[in-house]
Ligand binder design. Structure first.
Ligand code: HH2
Length: 286
């Protein structure tokens, strides 16, 4: 399987690690650390040195209860960082935004993927921006909005509902001109889900990979890991490692994480054991 980007194809023969760069004052883990473009640039560079296959740059927190920011502020935070990182690193750059104008400016600055946590429901102009520029697109499931999503999330069968939603959003994107080879699906761990919803989705990730699109999973240091381990955000790397290993075993293609060096190792080991190591690498180790 390959993911098509504007000027290159990204092989999905092995699972990829996407490193997170949050240029926000309020993200739940790294808020305030990389708001300064120079610090964000250094952080992104470090993540690539640690083995990130892609970077995801966001300027608006979507943690539960977060306050939306306006377009001007998002552009001010994001564009300098995308510009600097696109020149500094050779891995593809994704932008975590739901606003078409922000996506457009970030693509002009060098981004080749749009990570839209609203799955094209947030801004009616987003589908055209993605289709016309030929960038890749992450469609994520979320019940409600970040402001309200954790108040009382309810599902009949969470796995079936998320799979149906993602299949419908992929159809919508394709109707609007986004090529199938550019679409990635994401169950949206922690977005309008209680602990059991997250666990059901992670245990049945195969139901999502069966839809025929690459699957991205973003469990990094999230609240459900805190519930299971009783750890604060700072102490959730090991819990994240557990999720990442099992997600690889279940067929996940892209793991979105804060701790690239550690999760690179977790992904490599889980990839080998689950029989997903590319043939060329297997031969080297034979
Ligand atoms: N999770 C977060 C943000 N963006 N995008 C996708 N596709 N999937 C995810 O699971 C996902 C996402 C939340 O994590 P983080 O960016 O660390 O926090 P914040 O939203 O507070 O900036």
């Amino acid at each position: 399987m390959e993911l098509h980007l504007p000027e290159r194809r990204l092989s999905l023969d092995r699972p990829l690690v996407m490193g997170i760069v949050n240029a926000t004052p309020d993200s739940f883990f790294d808020g305030g650390r990389f708001l300064d473009p120079q610090l964000a640039l250094e952080h992104g560079r470090r993540l690539v040195e640690e083995g990130a296959d892609l970077l995801d740059i966001g300027a608006e927190s979507t943690r539960p209860g977060s306050v939306p920011i306006d377009e001007g502020e998002e552009l001010r935070r994001l564009v300098p960082i995308v510009t600097a990182l696109a020149q500094a690193v050779s891995v593809p750059i994704s932008v975590d935004t739901s606003k078409a104008a922000v996506a457009k400016a970030a693509i002009k600055a060098g981004a080749v993927m749009v990570n839209d946590v609203t799955a094209l429901r947030g801004d009616p102009a987003m589908a055209d921006v993605v289709a016309q520029t030929g960038v890749a697109l992450v469609l994520m499931h979320m019940q409600g909005t970040p402001q309200t999503m954790q108040q009382a999330p309810t599902y009949g069968d969470v796995v079936e509902e998320v799979a149906d939603f993602l299949a419908e959003r992929a159809r919508f994107a394709m109707e609007r001109g986004v090529a199938k080879s550019r679409i990635v699906l994401d169950p949206g761990i922690g977005f309008g889900k209680v602990l059991t919803h997250n666990l059901d989705l992670l245990a049945h990730l195969r139901m999502l990979t069966a839809l025929g699109f690459p699957v991205l999973v973003g469990p990094s240091r999230k609240g459900f890991i805190g519930q299971l381990t009783k750890q604060s955000v700072e102490g959730r790397a090991w819990g994240t490692a557990g999720v990442v290993a099992l997600a690889v075993e279940q067929g996940a293609n892209i793991l979105r994480v804060h701790d690239v060096a550690a999760m690179r190792d977790v992904v490599n080991v889980a990839t080998a054991i689950s029989g997903r190591m590319p043939a060329s690498l297997r031969e080297q180790h034979a």
